[in-house]
Design a protein. Structure first.
Lengths: 361, 539
């Protein structure tokens, strides 16, 4: 680009002697622009020095800057002395952040509009034209660069000495693998460790059936849930009520008589005859679509809705998906009541809990 | 002892000389100061993205001083009484501390979130500007590709960022993200357990997201933004067609003094608006959501706006599961298509578009002049089609809220989205195409017959006709060619109205004296224009 200076200038123009002390500053600026192939074709001051208009604009810009000073000071005062710590109720602390935002915003807008007004109203308007010079290099230049690169390849002589090329590739490939190895090797994790993708916290440990417990860890008796009611239950094991067993949360539903009959029939159709206990059924709460908890239970229709993507499951038909993007029913937990009268899981889920994946059988 | 005189006035010049001696900067600096930028309001959309990125960096660094990226279980004991005594992750507890126990922490958090939203929004709007005006054409395809990538990298930055607080809402989002990774055929479960360090949620994902969010992704963003700006600089900005503007020049203002000043002011304005939003508009009130618990969710769980279209596509997807009956059987879950395949296709199309269009039009030329959207109906219509697709998906991402607020059946909303996704884009294409043709037609009409003056004239035979002001000189029937510029269509565009009376509270009677330019002969006062009347002269 640097080559397009003098000879691109308008015809017949004498290059300005910028070192001549008589030359004005603007002439030097204009000469500099010309050397960058820029023609300042229009340069028009917007205000006359000393005019009323100029004084008015100057006052406007100055008041913007003063507003900034004011708002910034207010910000500091509020930041330091306003009561800021959270208290219940509608105290002054609720205005702390809004006031900070207001003062900071006004302070910054003040600088912004001040500078904008300065630039747009007080500085001369101009129109300049610059050449683009975005054409390709000359054929000669391209040839030279191309030949230089080819010359390099030729001097390396890989074609004449193929062993060099082969050995280089053979040597470097493993080095590339070495660069990737620690990252891949460190991160990679076997997903089926302890068969974790197919088990939940309800898997009986040491032959003991796992109790169903509430969020506070207390076990549940059948009488605790009224007909038509439902309760989120967890495996009664250590850390059963925590994200360590994110696949385990289960919905225990006490169905009304007519719905329970329909549910039992549906259970029988898929070979789950003894999964319910009385009129109680337990389904995984983890949506088979994307893993959100399907937690909105509509008592009248016996539908369970997942609020993330609106998959709907019909509880009385083995929690079959009846609407939305889920394609697989919610797994059912076989339950019974132990000798102490608390709900337990007969076994772990017999289907895979949670979102679907490639190797789910 | 002789004391050397110290001339303060000469210091700048001497320093500058010393710097140039060592670094030879005078010439490059002159080129930089002189660089000409074309000016149009739509060229500032990308600037908003750049400026909000700067605000993101500033506020983000502040947040790192207080955030603890760990999933260690702690019991909250901060100022926010309703959650005191609740077990939660250290990440969530420290996010609450930033909101309640760090003085001014909440406004920083909210500014960070708002500027992230603004960053993504301005990227999208900037991209639409570039698309509809054809600014992506040769030689700027590379910058279009970088811009498209910036959207997706910004998307990742946003997602990793709002997952960090580990609150009830973001944990649900993370759960969905893990399900999306899990849905990828063959490698899904390996990928997920490698990223999460075991089964969801594991104990390390927040720390991994943290380093991605504060180092890897911002680094990538910085690099891409750097190249993006460097290319704009090197290739020079496109410009609208207009008098004196050609494919070979740039008409505008030099960087100094005016352009840089305006940019600086604009940055402060963007910064100020973000500060106002961060202070006045609550965003992501994590203390209402509680810590993430795998069994808790609330209705109206929506992601940030730029993720909503994927949420929408997931909601609209029918439950089509692909079974592969080999061995024990394999599954491609329905989640795979709208969340992995669809974004993949979108990336592919957007990256390839400049080349597809050039190939289709057999266009090998350099284009430095922008096109008005109406002049390229096919492209404009295709853009409208893409926009309609995006809007239907985004609305569907909030279809439960719409159903709730407008008392519409949720299932009806889903079906409306499914059908709308198929119908809205083609309709948008057709309507936009016709609109473009209509606008083109009108431009030609005005060029041929002139501007409607609104003056009705009665002819001697009793007919009424409207007087048109021809744009061409002469007898009013000379036709003008359309050259891709705005065609004036109103009389005051032609200066038919007198100048507006200036002054805010009281009119400034005397017009300002004509200023004198050092580089330009004094500006001639404007010649009096004759008002176009109904033939009888001025009233």
């Amino acid at each position: 680009m640097s080559t397009h200076t003098e000879h691109q200038a308008p015809q017949g123009r004498q290059p300005l002697d910028v070192l001549d002390p008589r030359v004005s500053r603007f002439d030097i600026v204009q000469e500099g622009a010309r050397r960058d192939d820029i023609e300042i074709v229009h340069y028009e001051p917007q205000v006359v020095p000393g005019s009323k208009a100029e004084r008015r604009m100057t006052r406007t810009v100055a008041s913007f800057f003063l507003l900034t000073g004011l708002a910034a000071t207010a910000f500091l005062i509020i930041y330091i002395w306003w009561p800021w710590q959270w208290h219940p109720g509608r105290g002054g602390d609720k205005y702390y952040t809004p006031l900070l935002g207001l003062t900071l915003g006004v302070a910054l807008l003040g600088i912004g509009f001040g500078i904008l007004t300065w630039g747009k109203k007080l500085l001369p308007k101009e129109v300049s034209i610059q050449g683009r010079h975005d054409g390709p290099g000359t054929a000669e230049d391209r040839k030279i660069t191309g030949e230089t690169m080819l010359y390099l390849a030729e001097e390396m002589g890989v074609r004449r000495r193929p062993l060099l090329g082969v050995s280089l590739v053979a040597g470097l490939l493993p080095v590339g693998a070495v660069a990737a190895a620690p990252l891949v090797g460190g991160l990679i994790k076997q997903p089926h460790e302890n068969n974790q993708m197919f088990t939940t916290g309800f898997a009986p440990a040491d032959g003991h059936k796992v109790r169903l417990v509430r969020e506070d860890g207390r076990p549940i008796r059948p009488a605790d849930i009224s007909a038509g009611g439902q309760l989120t239950v967890f495996p009664g094991i250590s850390h059963g009520v925590s994200n360590r067993h994110a696949d385990s949360p289960t919905l225990l539903i006490h169905l009304r008589e007519s719905d329970a009959v329909a549910s039992r029939e549906a259970n029988a159709r898929v070979g789950h005859e003894d999964y319910m206990w009385g009129n109680y059924a337990a389904f995984s709460k983890i949506c088979t679509h994307a893993g959100c908890p399907a937690s909105l239970y509509e008592q009248q229709t016996n539908r369970l809705l997942c609020p993330c993507h609106q998959s709907q499951f019909l509880i009385t038909d083995n929690a079959r998906p009846v609407f939305g993007p889920a394609s697989r029913r919610l797994p059912q937990l076989p339950i019974e009541v132990d000798e102490e009268g608390f709900f337990v899981a007969k076994s772990d889920y017999t289907e895979t809990v949670g979102p679907d994946f490639w190797e789910r059988p | 002892m002789k004391r050397r005189k110290f001339d303060v006035a000469a210091v700048p010049a001497k320093t500058a000389g010393a710097v140039d001696d060592r670094f030879q900067v005078a010439t490059p600096l002159r080129k930089l100061l002189n660089k000409v930028f074309p000016d149009h309001w739509s060229f500032l959309l990308g600037e908003i993205a750049l400026f909000s990125f700067v605000v993101l960096l500033l506020t983000g660094v502040f947040l790192t001083f207080f955030f603890e990226p760990a999933m260690t279980e702690v019991v909250y004991n901060g100022s926010y009484a309703p959650l005191r005594g609740t077990p939660m992750s250290a990440a969530y507890a420290s996010s609450l501390d930033i909101s309640f126990d760090v003085r001014g922490g909440l406004i920083m958090r909210q500014m960070h979130h708002w500027s992230a939203l603004l960053f993504m929004a301005s990227i999208v709007v900037h991209m639409l500007r570039v698309f509809f005006t054809g600014a992506f054409r040769k030689p700027r395809e590379t910058n279009w590709i970088i811009g498209s990538l910036l959207f997706w990298v910004g998307f990742l930055a946003g997602f990793t960022g709002y997952s960090l607080p580990d609150d009830g809402l973001s944990g649900t989002g993370l759960r969905i993200a893990s399900a999306i990774m899990l849905s990828i055929p063959v490698i899904g479960s390996w990928l997920t357990s490698s990223i999460f360090g075991g089964e969801f949620p594991g104990t390390i994902i927040i720390s991994r997201f943290y380093i991605a969010h504060v180092l890897l992704i911002p680094g990538l963003l910085l690099a891409l933004i750097g190249v993006h700006l460097g290319l704009v600089f090197k290739q020079k900005h496109t410009q609208w067609p207009g008098p004196g503007r050609t494919n070979e020049n740039v008409v505008g203002e030099r960087m100094f003094p005016r352009y840089a000043l305006k940019q600086g002011g604009f940055f402060m304005v963007v910064f100020g608006v973000i500060a106002l939003m961060g202070g006045l508009f609550q965003i992501n009130p994590i203390w209402y959501f509680g810590p993430y618990e795998a069994w808790v969710v609330s209705a109206a769980s929506q992601p940030d706006w730029y993720v909503m279209f994927l949420d929408g596509s997931t909601r609209l997807m029918p439950a089509w599961e692909v079974h592969i009956p080999i061995g024990d059987g394999y599954v491609i879950p329905p989640l795979f298509w709208p969340t992995v395949v669809l974004p993949g296709i979108l990336v592919g199309i957007s990256l390839a578009y400049p080349f597809l269009e050039a190939r289709h039009l057999k266009d090998r030329k350099h284009h430095n002049l922008l096109q008005r959207p109406r002049d390229v109906p096919a492209r404009t219509a295709a853009g409208a089609m893409a926009l309609a697709f995006f809007v239907v998906l985004t609305l569907s991402g909030a279809n439960d809220v719409i159903a709730d607020k407008f008392q519409i059946s949720l299932n009806a909303m889903t079906w409306a989205g499914r059908i709308g996704l198929l119908i809205a884009p083609p309709v948008a294409y057709y309507v936009t195409y016709r609109l473009c043709l209509g606008l083109q037609q009108h431009d030609r009409e005005v060029l041929a017959h002139g501007v409607e003056t609104g003056i009705i004239r009665r002819l001697p035979d009793g007919r009424f006709v409207e007087v048109h002001q021809p744009l061409a000189s002469g007898d009013g029937h000379a036709e003008l060619d359309y050259v891709g510029w705005v065609v004036p269509k109103k009389m005051n565009r032609l200066g038919a109205l007198g100048p507006a009376i200036r002054g805010f509270f009281y009119p400034i009677e005397k017009p300002a004296e004509a200023p004198v330019s050092p580089g330009h002969p004094p500006v001639e006062p404007r010649t009096e224009r004759e008002e176009i009347g109904s033939g009888e002269g001025r009233r």
